[in-house]
Ligand binder design. Structure first.
Ligand SMILES: *Cc1c(COP(=O)(O)O)cnc(C)c1O
Length: 373
């Protein structure tokens, strides 16, 4: 039987490994020249907007909310279908998470439901680009402008994705990316935040390192409460090597996604009752290739039977509002029915840049066997 195919695996090239070794030997292993270089290159990619790096894509969002002055008494609207980090950061700053159900086709937050959820206390929206697929960005920013809301884009999965030819992150309000190990490009753990101006960038620097600013010729000052969220040069060295591969990685993922569609064929949905992702090859970076299973098979059963065929299946995500922490806040079953159905039946097929077309074919054959009997 063929080797186990995981649903995701990072591809780190030899040049990157050499650069990490060089950093380790350099005597400077925490935040330093590699972080500065990484931030400079990211900023160029994001059209010259200020960018700061952090040690996760979670703290990036928390810091964005802090910079926006969001806290107690404020409501922030987000999607129930995301990694729990997206809603946790809202609680972390003392604000109230408000969920809006998802669109059954894109599986992203439904902007009609966002509008319906806006109250006088709403201060921000955190949209998530599941699998790297952006929401309707024009409409998102129209809603934000009309209601004077800040936007913290959870673009954790969306590096390399675009909107009308422009990279996600090169426009908009706060845009947060993750470089966690499974993301399209990684620093092992890490993230970056695209900001609007130098003032916000200075605040981001304070929040990431104990609120410290350098002032005077030899002094430091502390005037806000910051934490410890800085990226190391070891991580930035990985990030620089990965960032150089971004276009190649995105192109390979798009090619694999096209191959999934071609291999499954146009009758796949009718024959199996499963639902494919939207075939978006213009904007999406194909961070994940997700299908929604028909109700007659449980996800656990599907995953176990695929594992028996040596294929790793992931799932992204269980609906956030049904976790105990959120139930304790009053959320319950039935509140977001589309998210609940999608969250119960969604699976992520193998998708990573080092995969080849025969891996796609093997996955499709195995999946069709499992779904057809
Ligand atoms: C990965 C991810 C995060 C969290 O990023 P970390 O770097 O792991 O903190 C948040 N939201 C989404 C949608 C993600 O995929």
């Amino acid at each position: 039987m063929s080797e186990f195919l995981p649903f995701s695996r990072p591809s780190i090239d030899e040049a990157t490994i050499a650069s990490v070794a060089e950093t380790l030997r350099s005597g400077w292993i925490t935040s330093g020249p590699k972080v500065q270089e990484f931030e400079k290159q990211l900023s160029e990619y994001f059209g010259g907007r200020p960018v700061r790096t952090f040690n996760s894509g979670t703290c990036t969002m928390e810091i964005a909310l802090r910079i926006a002055g969001i806290g107690h008494g404020d409501e922030v609207i987000t999607t129930p279908i995301s990694w729990v980090a997206t809603a946790n950061v809202i609680l972390e700053v003392g604000a109230t998470p408000v969920f809006a159900d998802v669109d059954p086709v894109t599986r992203n937050i439904d902007l009609d439901k966002v509008e319906a959820a806006i109250t006088p206390r709403t201060k921000a929206i955190i949209p998530v680009y599941l699998a790297g697929k952006p929401v309707d960005m024009d409409r998102l920013y129209k809603i934000a402008a009309r209601h004077k809301l800040r936007v913290v884009e959870d673009a954790a999965q969306a590096i390399g994705s675009t909107w009308q030819g422009k990279p996600i992150g090169s426009f908009g309000d706060f845009v947060s990316f993750s470089f966690q190990a499974n993301k399209n490009i990684t620093t092992s753990e890490g993230g970056c935040l695209v900001l609007n101006n130098a003032e916000e960038a200075t605040l981001a620097e304070k929040y990431r390192l104990q609120g410290v600013t350098r002032s005077g010729y030899d002094g430091i000052e502390v005037d806000v409460l910051g934490g410890k969220f800085n990226m190391t040069d070891i991580a930035a060295a990985i990030g620089l090597g990965q960032f150089a591969q971004l276009n190649v990685i995105t192109a390979q993922r798009r090619k694999l996604a096209r191959h999934y569609f071609a291999t499954l064929g146009k009758d796949f949905e009718v024959q199996t009752g499963a639902q494919l992702p939207p075939a978006d090859f213009e904007n999406t970076n194909w961070h994940l290739f997700q299908i929604v299973l028909p109700e007659r098979i449980t996800r656990a059963d599907f995953m176990a039977r695929m594992k028996d065929k040596n294929i790793g299946i992931g799932y992204h995500y269980a609906p956030i509002h049904l976790f105990k922490l959120y139930r304790a806040l009053g959320f319950k079953e039935g509140m977001f029915p589309i998210a609940e159905r999608v969250g119960r039946q969604i699976v992520s097929l193998p998708m990573f840049a080092a995969m080849n077309e025969s891996d796609v074919e093997r996955t499709c054959v195995a999946m069709c066997e499992v779904l057809k009997n």
